[in-house]
Design a protein around this ligand. Structure first.
Ligand code: SAM
Length: 221
């Protein structure tokens, strides 16, 4: 599939898949979306307590890097697991401008380490942040009550409806600890119904710039 690096409206880059007319992040702003959906409506719920986190779709590492920056600022311990079946190439990683756009040049080595570190091994990125990149398909996930928070960042329902199914959300539900939370940029009725059918309590929240709504699903017990 043809891949192209494009700039989103907040100046940050993303990868665009022409054949699907789908991008790794919102065209309205990759960084803005990540901060709104995953940090403001997800990570910040944990009040700087230690968090065990699962990301569905590690991709360019933007969510992981922003989460690392938050953990630095708030002295928060994060155990981050990013699942990805199709790692982004080194060339594409180099073309992403996240370190500059986030004014985080002092942490360039961290962004690099996140990409260069080996797969399927837990790596201490720094004192408070460990990263395990799992090269795995989403339907192979079988963790039980392991995570406090899930960043559900698969490609959209329009292009990969099978990833928004009850089977996948059942796996997400099983992998969360009691009262664990899943956040996603999506806000389709069919997605909400799948989440509810496996036991999630779903809230509709204001979306990031350019998107009206998004979902947060909680494993209430
Ligand atoms: C929207 S992108 C993730 C963007 C990423 N969170 C970031 O910050 O760059 C979705 C990701 O899911 C991956 N993917 C697609 N289908 C998958 C599957 N069945 N299993 C595992 N990964 C998959 C893609 O390769 C892509 O990296």
């Amino acid at each position: 599939m043809k891949r192209e690096i494009i700039k989103t409206l907040d100046g940050s880059t993303t990868i665009h898949l022409e054949e699907w007319n789908e991008s790794y992040h919102s065209k309205h702003g990759a960084i803005q979306e990540a901060k709104h959906v995953f940090i403001k409506n997800g990570l910040s719920l944990f009040n700087n307590k230690p968090v065990s986190l699962l990301e569905i779709g590690f991709g360019t590492g933007l969510n992981a890097f922003i989460t690392f920056l938050e953990s630095q600022q708030n002295q928060q311990s994060i155990d981050y697991v990013g699942v990805e079946a199709y790692p982004v190439s080194a060339e594409e990683v180099l073309a992403m401008n996240y370190v500059d756009e986030l004014e985080a040049s002092e942490f360039y080595n961290i962004f690099e380490k996140m990409h260069k570190c080996e797969w399927d091994n837990k790596v201490e990125i720094c004192d408070q942040f460990s990263l395990t990149k799992r090269k795995q398909f989403f339907d192979e996930i079988d963790d039980i009550e392991k995570f406090d928070l899930i960043y559900f960042d698969a490609f959209g329902y329009r292009v990969q409806p099978e990833l928004w199914s009850t089977e996948i959300f059942q796996k997400m539900y099983n992998s969360l600890k009691p009262n664990g939370v899943l956040v996603t940029y999506a806000a389709r009725g069919v997605v909400k119904r799948s989440m509810i059918s496996v036991g999630f309590t779903v809230e509709k929240l204001a979306g990031p710039p350019g998107k009206r709504e998004m979902f947060r699903a909680t494993k209430k017990v």
